[in-house]
Design a protein around this ligand. Structure first.
Ligand SMILES: C[S@@+](CC[C@H](N)C(=O)[O-])C[C@H]1O[C@@H](n2cnc3c(N)ncnc32)[C@H](O)[C@@H]1O
Length: 292
């Protein structure tokens, strides 16, 4: 979707673009390489990803590339303040929501049920919010059930929440494999034979709760529409139905009030060739609006 994203931003000469979810800079790099006079301000919440990216750029990229990229370690929720501070009013903004493969594979923060790591799950470990282990060991059963049902859309939320509360009475749940064992004890046999791992939805739910992801998406997308220049474009890619619903509602409401118009009505799905190359793209949903 890389080409499509960049095309949909409709980038003009000298434009200023915000990449609200910078990560390793895939989208940003494509933009900077394709448009030699365009500037990008990239926002990334995870301080480790920011450090890695700065190192990569320091060692690899030309001065021209460096001079056209501002890297900010912050949450896109603070978009308004960032735009003001850097006097960077954007012609285009891109959000590529969720987490990166680095989080699963390298962060060591318990995002993956395939590994044995402490259950942290914060995108930014400097934030003094509850970790996944804090929630699992202190939240009342009804709250756990609600988190797992609402954010994970897990049918066995009630059984899993009940089992968590029983398990933590004898031993705190601190590692990913502690939680996987509890989930395996809570769900029926047929559920364990399906393609999707029984822990997938509970892990997703905890991550969304720890990072306040749905709240962030709502605040970030609304702020993005506010800071965009007139005629500027906003592209949002989500991989999760709940996020996509929030984005759809905001775009629908703002197009009714005449603040924005759809560039392409509804959702743009990845092309078949891309899904073949990159299975993650299968669940990608992209939406694009233009500010009026
Ligand atoms: C799917 S990745 C983006 C991939 C990126 N477009 C690329 O091409 O490499 C999502 C990124 O958003 C970051 N992120 C999540 N919540 C954020 C927030 N509230 N503010 C800023 N970045 C956030 C994650 O840490 C992750 O690196």
């Amino acid at each position: 979707m890389l080409n499509e994203v960049v095309e949909l931003l409709n980038i003009k000469a000298g434009a200023s673009i915000i990449d609200a979810t910078l990560n390793g800079g895939g989208h940003t790099e494509e933009i900077l390489e394709k448009y030699p006079d365009v500037k990008v301000l990239g926002i990334e919440w995870d301080p480790d990803i920011v450090e890695n990216l700065k190192l990569k750029i320091k060692n690899g990229k030309s001065d021209n590339f460096r001079e056209r990229l501002i890297i900010i370690n912050d949450s896109y929720v603070d978009l308004r303040a960032v735009v003001e501070k850097y006097n960077f009013q954007p012609d285009g903004i891109i959000f590529d929501l969720g987490l990166s493969s680095w989080h699963y594979e390298k962060s060591g923060r318990g995002f993956s049920f395939m590994r044995d790591e402490p259950l942290d799950m914060r995108f930014n470990p400097n934030e003094t919010v509850k970790t996944a282990a804090d929630i699992l060991n202190t939240a009342p059963e009804v709250e756990l059930e609600e988190i797992i049902r609402l954010y994970g859309e897990e049918d066995f939320a009630e059984d899993i929440a009940k089992r968590i509360v029983t398990a933590r009475k004898s031993k705190p749940i601190v590692g990913t494999q502690d939680l996987v064992a509890v989930i395996m004890d809570s769900v029926p046999g047929w559920y364990k034979k399906r393609k999707i791992h029984p822990a997938t939805k509970t892990f997703q739910a905890l991550r969304v709760a720890v990072n306040g992801e749905l709240d962030n998406v709502e605040k970030g997308v609304i702020a993005a529409i506010e800071v965009l220049k007139l005629g500027g474009r906003l592209v949002v890619i989500s991989f999760q139905g709940l996020e996509d619903k929030i984005v759809r509602e905001i775009f629908k409401n703002k197009s009714k009030t005449g603040e924005v118009k759809w560039v392409k009505k509804g959702t743009i799905k990845p092309k078949w060739e891309e899904v073949k190359r990159n299975p993650r793209a299968r669940s990608a949903k992209m939406k694009v609006i233009e500010k009026l």
